[in-house]
Design a protein around this ligand. Sequence first.
Ligand SMILES: [Zn+2]
Length: 328
Amino acid sequence: MIDELLIEAAAVVTMDPDDRILAPGWIHVRDGRIAAVSARPIDVAGARRLDGSGTVAVPGLVNAHTHLFQTLIRGLFEGLPFAEWLRRIYHCGLGLDAEDWRVSAELGAVESLRSGVTTILDHQFLHDGTAWSDAIIGGVRATGARVVLARTSMDLGDLAPAESLEPVDVALAALDDLLGRHRQAIADRTVRVLGGPNTPGVSASDGLCVAAARHAADRGIGLSMHVAESPVALESVARRYGVDGVVRWLDGLDALPVEPSRRTPSTSCPERSRSSPSEESPSPTIQSATSSSAMGSPHYQSCWPRASSLRSGPTVPPATAARTCSRS
Ligand SMILES: [Zn+2]
């Protein structure tokens, strides 16, 4: 039986090529996919009807960086300096089992949906082979949200416990395993898998950064990484590699996702452009996100992809609230 839904008389932010806002506007959803958007009333016999008057309907938002396993351990160790907090969080994550990871991801995804977020990038840096990756994907997909699983890796122990480190060939093999087993969902654009060194210079060596970048280029996937998320990263790169600035160091390694000329400026990533040491400041993340599609080509674009990135993707019920959350 076909499920028909009409959202009537809402202010519809279309994010179409002309950035039209239809106020009022009507949305016809058929079997969970948007069938039509119009500035004039749509009538479908037998459709469920949702009065959208007084509300704004926007495409689902994208949370471009989060760690869903922390849903279950929210609030622990707050107030500690970042590095000390992170040391403890690593151990908490390693103490969870696959079912914990799945439940935490599902709960976090439900919270995201309630905030209007319909695509979630989980930057994963703790692993049990691929079991916890599968748990995250399964947990998010159980809610109907789309997931971008960034299976990052670590091989340096400045902060991370020894048991969380892995040889680069093991990490990349696990990534290939995920890409293979989730091939259909990736083709369906409900799942996307990225790679990445977790925190270059702190938990990821120069060798890992280079290998991850080359592997991603070979596979046509993007990278997600914490870049200069705290002064610890700047200090570590300067001490280990004698370079001022994490981006400068990665650029020198040719370990950024694409050449600098293809990068697109962003207002939300202060460290995106190559900067002098004095200009380089801690920032949330740099990742190869997307430009034309939330699940599409891996352009080095933005911490926070435009909502229009959902334009060509599978549709989900429009959100009426706008809030993203992120915690590095
Ligand atoms: Zn993070």
